[in-house]
Design a protein around this ligand. Structure first.
Ligand SMILES: Nc1ncnc2c1ncn2[C@@H]1O[C@H](COP(=O)(O)OP(=O)(O)OP(=O)(O)O)[C@@H](O)[C@H]1O
Ligand SMILES: [Mg+2]
Length: 264
């Protein structure tokens, strides 16, 4: 399996929308994890149109499982199927207070995700904004691919560049700098991916085209606009899936990670 973690520095660049879009476009079963410590529950509130999900099947319940020594066994039954897809959602904390309980979970949860390998599932995590209390740093630095999500304008890049320095240091300390990349939402508005990579000091692994109406399908569960399936947005998501998978394979090859049972 591959563990892919999306995070952002500032200004809601589209991490949640992109994580869900990638998961819904992924070519094989995937677990989508809401690890945003704000407790925003953006996917149930947005894509699911406010549908009530069970409050006793969340990532916080896995913190309890971890304390009881049953994390790996309990993980599969905490997952909720996303209709019309092969995506399963691990719901996030119900509020920001709960996220405090997650600090000791992130490291073992990374290992538990790796144990999902037997079931042939990849894992895509929306970690929310860097720097928040309860942020999943120990999950991010275990990722096969950690993606700093940013837009391509100057304020976004200024905010992202400060965090890019911190992330480069953290991944370097973990011996995994090759596992850190950038995902651009709205490339060329105005800076192109080459310029973004130069500013952030890491390659742009993937980018998703700017299209507010199409993005709202994943952000708010909006009705797909005309020609959604063939839109530049959807095509760019498909390309982003391919380049993300290729990024995982590349990082693993550099690090000499065993690829059996992983991305094929
Ligand atoms: N490719 C895109 N093109 C245009 N708009 C987009 C795109 N992706 C996301 N958006 C829009 O950007 C806004 C923020 O998206 P989203 O909530 O996914 O960001 P986020 O990074 O998860 O924010 P937060 O840090 O608050 O969790 C939403 O209105 C969403 O529809
Ligand atoms: Mg979000």
């Amino acid at each position: 399996m591959a563990l892919i973690v999306l995070t952002s520095a500032n200004g809601s660049p589209g991490a949640t929308t992109t994580a869900l879009g990638l998961a819904m476009t992924w070519p094989r079963p995937v677990v989508l994890v809401d690890a945003d410590p704000t407790g925003a529950r953006a996917i149930p509130a947005g894509y699911f149109g406010g549908a009530q999900l069970p409050t006793d099947h969340t990532i916080v319940d896995l913190a309890v499982s971890h304390r009881q020594g049953t994390l790996v066994e309990d993980l599969p039954r905490m997952l909720m199927p996303v209709p019309d897809s092969t995506v399963q959602l691990l719901a996030g904390p119900l509020n920001h207070f709960q996220a405090r309980a997650l600090d000791s979970l992130w490291e073992p949860l990374g290992a538990a995700f790796k144990a999902l390998e037997r079931t042939g599932q990849d894992v895509i995590v929306d970690a929310g904004r860097l720097g928040l209390e309860g942020f999943a740093m120990k999950l991010l630095t275990q990722a096969d691919l950690g993606l700093l999500v940013t837009r391509s304008n100057l304020p976004a890049l200024v905010a992202a560049s400060s965090w890019a320095t911190t992330l480069r240091e953290s991944f370097t300390r973990a011996g995994a700098l090759d596992c850190l990349g950038v995902l651009v939402v709205g490339p060329g508005k105005p800076y192109d991916n080459r310029e973004v990579a130069k500013v952030l000091g890491r390659p742009v692994v993937a980018s998703v085209a700017w299209d507010a109406a199409s993005a709202e399908v994943y952000t708010y569960g909006a009705k797909p606009p005309r020609k959604f399936e063939t839109s530049p947005f959807t095509k760019s998501l498909r390309a982003a899936v391919q380049s993300t998978r290729a990024g995982v394979t590349r990082a693993r090859a550099v690090l000499g990670v065993e690829v059996e049972g992983s991305l094929r």
